[in-house]
Each structure stands twice: as C-alpha cells, then as structure tokens.
Design a protein around this ligand. Sequence first.
Ligand code: ZN
Length: 1003
Amino acid sequence: MSSCLKLASPGMTLGRPGLKRAFLSHGRLHLTRIPSFNASATTPYLYRPFSHSSAFSATHSDLKPNTLKPVDYAAIEQKWLKRWKLGKDAARSATSADTATPKEINGKEVASLSDKEKFYILSMFPYPSGNLHMGHVRVYTISDALARARRMMGFDVVHPMGWDAFGLPAENAAIERSIHPNEWTVKNIDIMKGQMEKILADFDWDRELRTCSPEYYQWTQYLFLKLHEAGLAYQKEAVVNWDPIDQTVLANEQVDSEGKSWRSGAVVEKRKLRQWFFKITEYADDLLQDLDRLQHWPERVKQMQRNWIGKSQGAEFDFKVNGSGKDAIQVFTSRPDTVYGVQFLAVSTEHPILDAVPKRHQKELEDFKESLKTVSSSGSDGEIKPEGVDTGLFADHPFLPGTKIPVYAVNYVVSDYGTGAVMGVPGHDERDFNFAQTQGIEAKYVIVNEEAKTEGETKGALTARGVLSGDCGEFSHMSSEEAHKAIISKADALGFGREKTSFRIRDWLLSRQRYWGAPIPMIHCHGCGPVPVPEKDLPVVLPVDVELTGRGGSPLKQIESWVNCSCPKCGGNAKRDTDTMDTFVDSSWYFLRYLDPHNKSLPFSHAKATAGMPVDIYIGGVEHAILHLLYSRFLSKFAWKTGLYGKGAAVEDKEGKDPGHGEPFKVLVTQGMVQGRTFKDPVTGAFLHPTEVDLTDPQNPIQISTGKAPAESYEKMSKSKFNGVDPSDMIAAHGADATRLHILYKAPPSEELEWDEQSIVGMQRFLIKVWRVVGQSAANQSSSGVFIPDIQTMNEDERELWRLTNYTIKELTTSLQNTYAFNTSIAFLIKLTNQLSNLTPAPQDTSAQTTTLSKKPKKNQTQVSPALFQHSVEALVKMLSPLAPAFGEECWEAMHDSSSPSEQDVQLLHRSVFSEPWPVHDDAALKEDKVVCGVQVNGKGRFTIEYEVSDLPKDKAAQEQFLRDMIYKHERAGKWLKDDQGVAKAVKKMIVVKGGKNVNFVI
Ligand SMILES: [Zn+2]
C-alpha cells in the first residue's frame, strides 16, 4: 500500500499524517498507521467536497437540504466506470509483470497462490440475442452485489461471464437477414457487453467465453468423445419429435404439454431417425439420491427434478400373446397388487408386437399411426387425451390362466419409455380408466379401499391402496403392500415376472439437424462403422461457407468438401457426422471452463477445477429448474467420476466437502420474473399501448379513449402487451445505481418483481439522504483518528446510533452471505440513513485530547460525537456500495479525499471503497438499554419494573401480556393489584403508554 504514496499529487491528503485510523475487522479494532507526507500545503482533513473533477456539481454549502442540487448519476457512473477500468488495467499489468508466480510446487500443479478463501459466484450466461432485458438486469445485479460484497469480506471471488452463443435464433436471423450467424452473434455480444457495463456489473472479463468459438467447442467435442469412450454417448434409431418449422429433432423436454415445440411453437410430429444420445439414465439413481445433498437448493426445484427422474419401484410381468410367434409383451407396473384387475394391454405404436397384427386390423392401425403425426402428442408431462385402436391381438393373463386380454395400440405409451407397454387397469388407474371408457370397457375393481365406500355408483379409478378383493386368488384379502411382495415372489418363482425399478427420465437426445452448433466429432465409415475423431484432430471446425435456407435437414450435409473425409481407423473413404450438438451440451459444463478458460491442452486443469468447484452460488431463472440443471449435474458428475476433477469421494467425504459427489452448484437462487404494468380495455380485453393511457396521476391511470380507468395488472413483459421496459431507458432516466437498488428493493430474489418505474424516485430520495449525511460527516471529521466505542460514556442518541449501526451491519452481512434478502437489507440502510439524518455530529473538540466520546450525556440531544457519526456513515457507505457501486465510490471518495488526481494516477485504486474491509458488527452493541417502566394504578404511580427493550415483543397483544406478567410478578403487585387473598383484582382497563415505559391500570 505504501507505494501508492510516492505518486500522490502534491497537497493531497489521504488521512491525517502520523495519526492512526481504526477499522473494525473480525470483531477486533485494528489501527493502521497512515504515513505522513507533504501535508504542509493543506489543513489536515480540510473538507473540499466534490470539487475539481468530481461529478457532483454540489459544493459543501449546496449540501444543505434546501439548496441541494440534483445528483448527476450519469456523470458519477461514467467517472467510476473509467476509474475501475484504469484500476483493472493497472492490476493486470502488475500481475503479468509478476513472473514469480510458480505454476508448480514440488512437481504438483498449483491452482492459485491466493491464501484467501475462494468464492465462486455465477449467474447463468445469456444467449446473445442482442438485447438485455429486465430479467437479465435483475440476475446480474444480484450476482454483482454478492460478488462485490464477498470481495470486501476478503474472499477470492470468481465472478465470470460468457455467452451461450450457439443456437437456432442466430441461424434463423442469418436466414432472414443474409448475415452469417457468427457475425450476428459477435455483434450482439458487443452490444450486450456494453449494456452489462451500463448496469455497473463487475464481471471477470478475463474469463469470458463463447460457446461458439472453436477454443470452446473443441472441449465440448472432447467431452463428447470421453462420454463415447465411457459408453455414455451412443446412436440409435428412435422415434423422435420433429419440429416441422425449425426442421429439427427436439428432445422430449423441448416439447410442451400441448405437444408443441418450445421454440417455434409448431405442433411436433413423430419421425423415426438415427440419433445421438447421452445415457443420462445410467446416472438416474445418483442424480436422484444426491438431490438430498443439495441443502441450499429451493425445495420446489429439487421436487421438479425428482418428478422428472421419476423413479418408481414395481414389477415387470410377461404377457404371452397367442399365435403371434413373438415373445411375450413385457409390461412395467408400479402397482403389481392390481394385476388381477388387468383388462387390456396398451402398447406404443412402435411396439414390435404390432408386426403380428392380423390383416383385418392393419388398416385401422396405420390410419391411427398416421393421425398421430399431426395431432399434438407426446406431451412432456403425459397430459394428453388417451386414444387407441384394437389390434385384434390377445394376451394371456399370467395369473388367470384362460383369461384373454385384448391388446390396444395407444397414443399415451411412448416407445422408449420402459418396455413400451403397460397393463390396463381401469379400476385403479386414472388414465386406463379414461381410455377404457373410449372403448366401452367397464372397470373391474380388485382393491377395496376407503375411496370405494364414498364414491358411490360411478366410481371412476380408485387409485389408493387398500385390501385385495376376493377375486384375487391366493392373494385375496391381503393388504396392497403384502400383495405387492407376494405377487412379485410368485411371478418370479414361476418365471413370468420380476421385481423392477423404472425411471421416467429418458436418455438425452442431443442430435440436431441444424448448422449453428458444435459438430459431433464422429466419422462414419462403411467398413468400420462410427469412428471417433482422434483427439489430436479436434476441434472439428464448423465450416464457415454455408448456405442456410432453414429447410431440408442439416445444412452441413450440403457441404461435400467438409463431409467427405478419410476414416481414422482404416483410411478409407468416410463421411463426417452432419449433426450438431444440442446447445444444452455447451451450457452443461461452461462453469468448469470458467475456472481455466485459456487452457489449450485440456477443457480445464484438474487442479483449477478441483480448487474452484463447486460453484458457491448459482443464480438464474426457474425455467431452467429441470433441463439445464439436470444436464449440468450429469456432466459435472461424469467429469468428477472419471477423475477430470475432484479428489474422489473418500477424500472429499472426509474433508466434509459440501455438497460433494460432483454436484456442481452448492447454493441455487432462482430469481422470479420481472413483470410489467399492463393496461387493458376493461370491455374488449385489448392491451393498451402506453400512449393510450393517461398517467398524469400514476396511481389513477385513465384510458384516454373512454376517460375511465383501464383494467390493470402485472404480467410477463412482452411486445404484444406493450408492457416491456428497456433497461437502457431506465438507466438513462434514473441512473444505474438507483435502478439496481429499485430492483433489489422491490421483491426478494425468488419472487416475481412488479416493475413500477414511479417508485424508483424513492430510491433516489434515499441516495440523496445518504449524500447529505456523507457531506455532514466529511465536514465534521473527528479530531481523533481513533474511534473507540465506549458504551458507558455514550449519551442516549449515541447509544442508539451505535446499536443501529451494528444491527445494520449484522443484518446486511447475513443477507449478503446467506439469505439474499436484499429488500430488507435496503430497508435497514434506509433506516440507518434516516437516523443519521436526524443527528448532527457535535462541533469538533479543538483540544485534540478527546479520544473518547463526550462524558456527560445530555437529555434529548441530537448531537453525537463526530467520530461515531463518521464511523456509522463509513459503515453505511461500505454496505451500500455493493448494491449501488458508483454512488458508493463517490461517497467514499468524498469522505476521504478531496483532491483530484490525474486519471493516469492508477494508485487511486487503493482508495476504492471496494478495497476496504467489510464492516464487522460488535455483539455487545446490539443490546438495548434497560427500560424502567412506571406502573400506575388508577392514575397514581405505585412502583416500577425493569426490563430489556429487546425482550419487549413487537406485537401489541403480546406486549401487554409480557408487561402484565412482569408487573404481577413484582412484589409490590400484591399491595396494589391483588386482594387480601392474593387474588388479582378485576382490571377494567390496562393502558400501555410511551411504547412500554408506562402502564396504567384502571381497577
Ligand atoms: Zn474405416
């Protein structure tokens, strides 16, 4: 630090020469000697606020409330963006000059030589659409505030940003605008980077990555090869969801509940194609079980993942089909106890048994299959209307010899789900019941349960467990649970069934027949089959010269020079795989690459990934609760299991690694949507454009055409609803600092944020108040550099300020470390600011001897010691800075330096509030004073009780109860409030006044 002084401009004052300044750190008071230098030119701590290059137009006298000029937020932001950039450049050149940093110690690679504890804060990286929306601003504001605070708290923070840059929109834009997807993407990235700077987000741009650059996707391909090597990437023919608009295959997860494409909205068709899959099902058990390790994930996200993985334990039964010449149809059921209620079998339209369908049923079957290509089907949650056709086939019921069961081909059984066949039990399964009704099958009931007694005649499906009816052979009258086991045992013994666990989750279909993605690094040879591209030949570079039409399958197929290659195995003629990878592959490992973004020989070094993982806090939209998070967990676990990073389960368990087992994200914060104020015509329901609404009185909007109030709501921002808000407009109008505070203040991160521009004013008023107390503090710098809190000598106001300051520190620390309750944090900062606004730092004691506070507390005094005032304002500014960084810096500078150094003077870095330590609270300060409460009976003071303010409940009824208990316990209560027998006298009224300082009983 001392090196900064030699460059300081003449006359500049960094602190009082020779004096010690104190700061609290980890609960202890530290003193730092400030070296004296060239102090002769100016009076120590002469307050010359905001002069020279300062962005504020105000001078000290302007800071009086009446004459305060508006704060020029834009100028402050510009100034600090410039300073921060200078500081970073200086820091960067300092590190690159430092050649002493060893890469290895004792032959072992070293991840980092920082002795600080690492903290990895990550916000989900955006797709470079070209425009930040308010949702982005929200998530980056949250992560930036956390990152800045953690750095002040002394952590070695990783806070990277990058671009999820492959994907369809770039390709579609290319088709529409005749611009190469890469050009479009790069342009958008530049725009969005500028926007991120405008919201003052401080990302580690040195770690920036773009998934569309060969330096990145080389390693996506490398991981594909590793998965292939492990048998976890494979190709199979599959009935797939085909998006007829985007001309590509979609994963089940990308088809919504109405059977439409998540992106194009087209009704998805079924096609049979050869596709690449990742075998995520291999990890199903791990992915399920380890959810329990994720203590800091929202429960609903974990539940969504549990449901998606969908583990169910049950049985598999074989139903022999007569005369089919085929093996039996195998069905999985989670309810073997209902097997006596089986009335039909339902198979998918792709089931191999359908080859045996008798001629007279074939046409009907083909027509049915054809109809499924166009109707919405394959909803991701199975919420589709069950339909099907009789195949003319019959199966034998394994438990009821001689009973023939009809076989139906249906739309609600998916071919790649388990066995592609289920047993139909209309009596005890909702969907089977609904289907049975379409076929006129009357439900048979074999389980007796509570539902049956109350449901009456038309019972529907009785899904609860119960007792088996008398129609269930040797299992009759057993409980469902007993029968479950007994039935499986018997089937097992007789060889037509077995215990089975089934998962709902399917393997991850990652082939895409589009251009703008990472090419799948495989080569197809006539002789050798699919052959992996050798690692040394990576990356398989996406050819630049391509014609994009948006139709007719993969554009890569058209580029012969690229497709034709030689087989790495036999050297013969071969062809490249022309599919590209789903962009979810790119984003399922980017958090690992951030830790080692420039590695040229590996996706990431073992040491750096081991040191940096897991991500300590991951922030993003809840819409990624399933796919992205599940895929990321899969890839991270794969990398961890195969030793690409981590110390192995044994060592990590011993070290108590949280969460461990290759789980990538320790804390997950899912932020809610930002909703816009939306106006509708109350009669027609049409959305109203802002120009159609008179907002002169924001609280009472008027629909101009009718002169009446429009219907009003908060809804997801969209162009069609005219309720969108452009972050750039907000920042231009109100400043980034106020916009950030507003976002953080309006709602807790996980809740929906109703964007109301009108109330940003509240945040600006708050900032102006802060600015005033900063001015007051700077103008009344304490004569002593040392602040020693001595509660005994403090007057009432000082004690309250000291308590509130410490309380606020405690709250903000908890909030920024654990609870992320930014809204209450800001409320605390406002409260502290209001408190400071009501106080005046006492005139400076010129004797210069006073190192403690004024000895004689005066009643009702609003003056407090300048040292305490300054201490509180400094804490306030420090805590505000992560939330409103440019404003925080300006305040800090105003309090500590009045000079205007040249912009080249990069040593200014050292005066940044962000290099200050985070304030630490003092537990002893939190206790409030004892209250002496006078007890009156019929208006006459009789005795007093004492209690601690902090013990007094906030709630009025509880407060009365608390005081009553205290009072009746008092020895003098016997005389005044009880009769001779010691029984409490009837009280007509109990009046609590002065917030518990007086109680009057009327008896
Ligand atoms: Zn070959």
